[in-house]
Design a binder for this molecule. Structure first.
Ligand code: 5AD
Ligand code: SF4
Length: 431
């Protein structure tokens, strides 16, 4: 979502006549779009500010801190880092041009409001897209997991209206997108009325986008198990453009910990959802998020997480050490887990998840699959694309970026798979 917000801020500032410069070039304005989810992400902004100030010397650019650190820390940011001129929260970034003007006049500018009028209505139209685009359809969270800052930094769950989403999707396709990833902190909590006044869920939106000419692939992220409706599961069965990939965070395999996290699902109900999704779409790749070392997590409870991982079989996953966040209930819970224990648990979990990822990738070897070419690779003639299961595929081809190509997967690299464009393979074989 921060990538999406970053693009929208760039478009907004470009509409004001500004030009983006490459990283490392001197800029008049630097916008740091920040994440507050874990302490490490949050602290990074201060080291980044230090680096910018040092590099610029006497010619310091205007510095804006945007995103969730801005929302959470507000004025404290300028107290800790006086070089910061602008602080703007994630629901107020449509005001960036006005804040830049204030700051250019020598004032400190701050806006962390969560206005009732959506910022989306005030942003310029989308243009100039790569083949794969993000589209925020939902923001905020009402779930209040006890470890998480999102409900405080992004605010309550809000769905963008049907027509706004469809219009933005059309604009993205007109601007060159052939894949759209619908985004939201709880994207599957999206609801809205369609043009006929019927209430729809995310599945209705996906079925409408399925009818959009020029759009080849649809994805969505991130989902909550509680909002995984039967309708959405059926969309995985019916909508061919909906890619066979589901990112469904579970956080822990221990029911006691899930309860303490206020997750409102248990390991069994999570596993049942995955079973249903697999019946609907047997080749679906499952991805997840995990937290190790939540306060009070015992060895046996951590083992329950490993057991759940074995039961599900993940194609990929993200796993994190629990990070106490200011203002969240878990931060003041007893029995915080020592860092060394968290390190050991994270290593074991990531070992298991990596093995599963390799096993999943092995199932693709030798197969000819559809790859969306997204960008040039490092070497001349090389292109990088994505498989339906979100794997990065490296191949040599002169097919332009934005092409969907049949590719045979021949080997694996450290973070990607290597493929050969299918007609090329035929030629090799004949020779
Ligand atoms: N500590 C560690 N990980 C966290 N996440 C959210 N809050 C925390 C925290 N306090 C993780 C969850 C979530 C992902 C986006 O970040 O796994 O799904
Ligand atoms: Fe945070 Fe996700 Fe829980 Fe919401 S559902 S509180 S965003 S982890």
């Amino acid at each position: 979502m921060n990538v999406y917000d970053g693009q929208r801020m760039t478009e907004l500032l470009e509409a004001e006549g500004m030009t983006a410069v490459a990283e490392g070039e001197s800029a008049d304005l630097v916008v740091l779009n920040t994440c507050h989810i874990r302490e490490r992400a949050s602290e990074k902004v201060y080291s980044d500010i230090g680096r910018i100030v040092k590099r610029a010397g006497a010619d310091k650019p205007l510095i804006a801190v945007a995103g969730c650190v801005a929302q959470a820390e507000g004025r404290e940011i300028s107290a800790r880092a006086p070089a910061v001129d602008i602080v703007v929260g994630p629901q107020a970034y449509h005001r960036l041009p006005a804040l830049v003007a204030e700051a250019a006049g020598g004032k400190r500018a701050l806006d962390t409001d969560m206005p009732l009028v959506s910022k989306f209505d005030l942003l310029p139209a989308r243009r100039r897209q790569g083949p794969s685009s993000f589209l925020t359809v939902q923001e905020g969270c009402d779930k209040f997991c006890t470890y998480c800052v999102v409900p405080y930094t992004r605010g309550a769950e809000v769905s963008r209206p049907w027509a706004a989403v469809i219009d933005e999707a059309k604009a993205l396709v007109d601007a060159g997108a052939c894949e759209i990833t619908l985004l939201g902190q709880n994207v599957n909590a999206w609801t809205g009325e369609d043009e006929a006044g019927r209430m729809q869920g995310l599945d209705g939106l996906i079925r409408a986008l399925d009818r959009l000419p020029g759009l080849a692939r649809i994805r969505y992220m991130t989902s909550h198990p509680n909002d995984m409706t039967d309708g959405l599961i059926e969309a995985h069965r019916d909508v061919e453009k909906l890619m066979p990939f589901l990112h469904l965070p579970v956080q822990s395999g221990s029911d006691r910990i899930l309860k303490a996290m206020n997750r409102s699902h248990d390991s069994e109900s999570y596993a049942r959802i995955i079973d249903k999704v697999r019946i609907a779409r047997p080749d679906i790749a499952i991805s997840g998020d995990f937290i190790v070392g939540f306060p009070g997590e015992t060895d046996a409870e951590f083992e329950d997480t490993l057991k759940l991982v074995e039961r599900i079989g993940y194609a990929q996953a993200f796993s994190f050490k629990y990070s106490p966040r200011p203002g969240t209930p878990a931060a003041t819970m007893d029995d915080q887990v020592p860092p060394a224990v968290m390190d050991e648990r994270l290593q074991r979990l990531q070992g298991a998840l990596n093995r599963q990822q390799h096993a999943f990738n092995d199932t693709i070897f030798g197969r000819t699959i559809s790859v969306l070419i997204e960008r040039d690779g490092k070497k001349p003639g090389q292109r990088i694309g994505k498989s339906p299961w979100l794997q990065s595929i490296v191949l040599e081809t002169d097919a332009p970026v934005g092409t969907l190509l049949d590719v045979t997967i021949v080997s694996s690299g450290p973070n990607s798979l290597n493929g050969v464009a299918a007609p090329q393979l035929e030629r090799l074989y004949v020779a």
